[in-house]
Design a protein around this ligand. Structure first.
Ligand code: GSH
Length: 222
């Protein structure tokens, strides 16, 4: 499969699709689309909500990373990244939703916007109250993920990598760009897990690309 991914490599949703493509061996190129300000009317034709990523394959466009990953999973069976077991597959979708609605929306996105997007890209000040609120909510989310890893499980669902791990790994890259890491003393399983996911060849390649793009300004590479 030859794919084109429209989006910015700094988005966790773009990154999880990139990680999915990397794990599946999909040959892809990236067309940079940064969704800040009024969306380009041309982009709205392929992404009606103005969001990234959009997956383009053979002249067709799929907006939304979950839709895109689901298509790739159907098109390329190996390695499976959606569990075969029905309950596990359901649990994977729950965790993806939890990661997006909880960890991303309530904690990571506010921190990333205030500490990275505002000062580095928009040259606007960081809102300390927004950062404080996100940091207050963060431990409960880390506690939940620590409980899901249940004393050092390798993966979030079953005994193989799945979209849930690629989603978590992707969101934790943004945490690092926002200057946050997981405290290994308080959340030992989660901390080791994030390190393991980021050390996979898929994420190593993605992180290397981000180093080339934002290595000078991101605390991740300090
Ligand atoms: N459910 C979507 C979420 C995508 C999303 O929220 N992307 C953000 C960037 S991280 C975006 O494009 N935001 C621009 C906007 O909402 O206008 C997916 O998984 O693709």
């Amino acid at each position: 499969m030859k794919a084109t991914i429209h989006g910015t490599i700094m988005s966790p949703w773009v990154r999880r699709l990139l990680a999915f493509c990397e794990e599946k061996g999909v040959d892809y190129e990236i067309i940079n689309v940064v969704p800040l300000g009024e969306p380009d009317p041309e982009f709205l034709k392929i992404s009606p909500l103005g969001k990234v990523p959009v997956l383009e394959v053979g002249g067709r466009f799929l907006p939304d990373s979950l839709a895109a990953c689901s298509y790739i999973e159907s098109a390329i069976a190996e390695p499976p990244l959606f569990p075969a077991d029905g309950w596990d597959r359901g649990w994977m979708f729950w965790l993806c939703d939890y990661l997006g609605t909880g960890l991303f929306s309530k904690v990571e996105a506010p921190l990333f916007i205030q500490r990275f997007v505002n000062p580095m890209l928009l040259k606007t000040p960081t809102d300390a109250a927004v950062v404080a609120q996100a940091l207050e909510l963060m431990p409960a989310h880390f506690d939940y993920l620590e409980s899901q890893l249940d004393g050092g499980k390798e993966f979030l669902v079953g005994d193989a990598i799945s979209l849930a791990d690629l989603t978590a790994g992707s969101i934790f890259v943004n945490f690092r760009h926002a200057g946050e890491t997981v405290d290994a003393a308080r959340w030992p399983s989660l901390s080791a897990y994030v390190e393991r996911i980021h050390a996979r060849p898929s994420f190593a390649r993605i992180i290397e690309r981000e180093k080339e793009a934002v290595g000078e300004v991101s605390p991740m590479f300090a």
